[in-house]
Design a protein around this ligand. Structure first.
Ligand code: PGA
Length: 251
């Protein structure tokens, strides 16, 4: 992967019943079909209950499907969890790990996130490893140090540009309508790039996504920032036109 093709990823979080999810996926697939050749990759990450039907709807039309989390083990007595190979079986090629909502709601530490990413790699999935500081950390001038420490703890050995994507998502910008300025994003993405070059063979080719209140109106400016290789989109990924509008801003 010489040139970094932009990746526009929709994280549906805990939203959508069967009918809505299938309609949303079908709408996105229709947009892509109508557009023909595009310069970006599209990914949707539905809740676990919808992975199978959504995969069936988008099959063969160039929209990838991902899980929102996985367990570090392949199988076993882990009630409620989903293994990376189950995600593959259901049609996924990606999985998000270490999203800030899981770091917060489930107290997931960096070492667990690294184990999940390693398990994802072993199953053939590309892991989207999320990092990002809280508002208190940013206000204390610790954003760079927090992200560096999360990268160091969450990226497993064996990561490559083909099996790893990093998403920078400042926690204070997620779902708040408050997004980081292009200057804030440029500073952190440049630091992440420098870190990846040291840490991963081919680190200059790893895609780094920005996430946090990305919408059609700000996507163009954010996607133009150096080292921003796409977006991880929450709220605005739940409507076909909003999500497609963000993707189209990459052209
Ligand atoms: P948001 O969520 O776009 O709703 O801010 C982004 C994310 O959490 O991935």
């Amino acid at each position: 992967m010489g040139e970094r093709r932009k990746l526009i990823a929709g994280n549906w979080k805990m939203n959508g019943l069967h009918a809505d999810g299938v309609a949303l996926a079908a709408g996105i697939a229709e947009k892509l079909k109508a557009a023909g050749v595009v310069s970006f990759d599209l990914l949707i990450c539905p809740p676990a209950t919808l992975i199978w039907p959504v995969s069936a709807v988008v099959k063969g039309c160039g929209v990838a499907v991902g899980g929102q989390d996985c367990h570090p083990k392949t199988s076993g007595a882990h009630t409620g969890d989903i293994s990376p190979s189950m995600l593959v079986d259901a049609g996924c090629s990606y999985v998000i790990v270490g999203h800030s909502e899981r770091r917060q709601d489930h107290k997931e530490p960096d070492a667990l996130i690294a184990a999940k990413a390693a398990a994802a790699h072993a199953a053939g999935l590309t892991a989207i490893i999320c990092v990002g500081e809280t508002l208190a950390q940013r206000e204390a001038g610790q954003a760079g140090a927090v992200v560096a420490s999360q990268l160091s703890g969450s990226i497993p050995a064996g990561s490559t540009a083909a099996n790893t994507v990093v998403a920078y998502e400042p926690v204070w910008a997620i779902g708040t309508g408050r997004n980081a300025t292009p200057a804030d994003v440029a500073e952190i993405h440049a630091a992440i790039r420098a870190d990846l070059i040291k840490r991963i063979p081919g680190g200059s080719c790893v895609r780094i996504l920005y996430g946090g209140s990305v919408k059609q109106s700000n996507a163009g400016d954010l996607m133009a920032v150096p080292d921003v290789d796409g977006a991880l989109v929450g709220g605005a990924s739940l409507k076909v036109d909003d999500f497609w509008g963000i993707a189209a801003s990459c052209c």
